[in-house]
Ligand binder design. Sequence first.
Ligand code: DAK
Length: 257
Amino acid sequence: MEFIKVTEQAQPSVALIELNRPKELNALNKQLMEELRDALQALDKNEAVRVIILTGNEQAFAAGADIKQMADKSAIDMLVIDQFSTWDQIRKTKKPLIAAVSGFALGGGCELAMMCDMIMASETARFGQPEIKIGTIPGAGGTQRLTRALGKAKSMELILTGRFLAAEEAHFYGLVNKVVPVEMLLPETFKLAAEIAQLSPIAVQLAKEAINRSFETHLDEGLAYERRNFYLTFASEDQKEGMKAFVEKRKATYVGR
Ligand code: DAK
């Protein structure tokens, strides 16, 4: 791996992926996204991992897709090379994926953070979809996910002007879960991850799937999907253990079966 760093057990059951192209503010080129796809696929299969954290560095989570790599491409090049298909893996990841964002999260960087299940932000985090300033528009879900998170008015303002949203404002609008001082970003993110990692991975995965359904379907279908996943948890040892432990007034131990 050249452009990302993966630590499988950064903390027990929690993996850490660090985007690592600092000179280019972690611009997401083809190779980086291929490495990220491969890492996510491997961690998703790794039973020792229950939660994955994705982060950048203090200056940037990621300043977008690599503009230099796409500047002179034609529409047909984009279609035929289809280098952006690697991005599909982010939303296919079954385990909880938490973005820890400091500095710039712009364009594809903002979209990448929004594809994660939760976003923890440092006080220096700045979110934006500035594609309009380089003559294009968001292409990895920005017009959809930002609008769902912020509402139409603010999303229009950001996408049509390319303005940035500061961390506190992003928190006010519900784009991020929490804003913390820079030095607390990873410790606080690990704390959140550890809380989830001790729970039943089966229930966590089914809950994540059901929440994501709410963005993809109408209410009736979403509710039916949720009910199906709820019933499915009763096929797991974890559900038996969780409910038994509650009745016996002890802490449950979840094995992921
Ligand atoms: N691509 C390539 N290089 C970048 C870059 C980027 N997005 N962002 C920064 N860099 C490079 C700069 O060129 C510079 O390199 P050198 O000149 O030193 O070689 C280095 O990083 C440091 O940047 P600056 O010198 O510009 O640093 P400043 O502090 O002055 O400014 C900045 C920071 C973040 C405000 C500025 O760099 C900037 O505006 N960057 C571009 C932000 C942007 O427009 N991002 C959106 C790109 S379009 C899709 C998936 C994804 C996408 C589309 C489709 N599908 C799944 C279909 C995504 C598209 C995009 O993200």
